[in-house]
Design a protein around this ligand. Structure first.
Ligand SMILES: [Zn+2]
Length: 301
């Protein structure tokens, strides 16, 4: 499969040549019980100048992809070549999103959840560069660090790494992980109107670009798309005491622009207590974050 990312003719566009097989256990007494693999059959991976070749395995058991270095294996001659990955790596990726393992001194295999496929594809060349051991360690560190993001953000060894990949993967991985945690904590419900229908999104309370913003679950809200847009447009806000406020000022300017359709329905939430908050106290929106979020957004009510 060939995939073009970016506008056609743009120098920045990336052409991906993707080869994908199913990851299976393979069985047989000769195989280690924890070894999974893809059996390369049919068309062999080929490196074409100007294209990025990706070799992938999909494990339906662990719901994760595995990615191998296409350059190392593309030229191996064997009647029945296969690429291996250990069960632990797949299990780990299934549970925390991303895991890497060293296969030998110069090769890293990466397992990741489907949501991270684009991040992997766009960074596969760097992930499988000549510093495999370092990269494997770095990727595992990124995956582990997102889950124990605590209090303040000290200088982060991951983002200070000399590898560009650390910054790129960290940003994407943490955004994905933040969304996953918010979705779990709110059980996919909008905290204002309770709608589910897979229509909710994770919203940062203190905007990402604002100093002091974090990816803690307590700096997030689960909001349906309408309420997320309203929140970002300062039409809706949440007080540090979890009270929903609808901006009278914005309401007036919408009326003046003859755009008041739905305003009465929205106004019905004004003064209501937040309908959904996470069960765990630590995951609930932190009042000081809500306060700073309102300052950052210049909420006037
Ligand atoms: Zn909503």
């Amino acid at each position: 499969m060939r995939v073009l990312l970016g506008p056609l003719g743009d120098e920045g566009a990336t052409i991906l040549r993707i080869y994908a097989w199913n990851v299976t256990h393979g069985g047989g007494a000769a195989r280690a019980p924890n070894e999974y693999r893809i059996q390369l059959t049919g068309e062999m991976p080929e490196n074409v100048p100007g294209e990025t070749t990706i070799v992938l395995g999909w494990s339906s058991t662990f719901r994760t992809f595995a990615g191998w270095d296409a350059t190392v294996h593309g030229h191996r001659s064997s009647n029945s070549p296969s690429l291996q990955i250990r069960e632990e790596t797949l299990v780990s990726a299934n549970s925390i999103g991303l895991a890497a393992a060293l296969r030998n001194s110069d090769d890293v295999v990466v397992a990741f959840r489907a949501e991270l496929l684009a991040v992997y594809c766009l960074n596969a060349e760097e992930i499988h560069s000549d510093t495999a051991a370092e990269i494997a360690e770095l990727l595992n560190e990124i995956a582990a660090s997102a889950h124990d993001v605590v209090e303040d953000t000290q200088p982060d060894p991951v983002t200070e790494s000399r590898h560009k990949i650390a910054r790129v993967v960290t940003t994407n991985f943490r955004a994905w992980d933040f969304g996953r945690r918010i979705n779990l904590a709110y059980r996919g419900r909008c905290s204002v109107c309770t709608i589910q229908l897979a229509l909710t999104e994770a919203a940062h309370i203190i905007p990402v670009a604002w100093p002091g913003s974090t990816d803690l679950t307590s700096n997030g809200l689960s909001l349906c798309r309408n309420h997320h847009r309203a929140y970002d447009a300062n039409l809706l806000s949440i007080t540090p005491g979890y009270v929903v406020e609808i901006s009278a000022l914005r309401g007036r300017s919408l009326r003046a622009a003859s755009l008041e359709g739905g305003l009465d329905e929205l106004m019905a939430f004004d003064g209501a207590t937040l309908a959904v908050v996470p069960d765990a106290m630590a995951d609930r929106p932190r009042p000081e974050f809500l306060n700073t979020g309102r300052e950052a957004r210049r909420w006037v009510g």
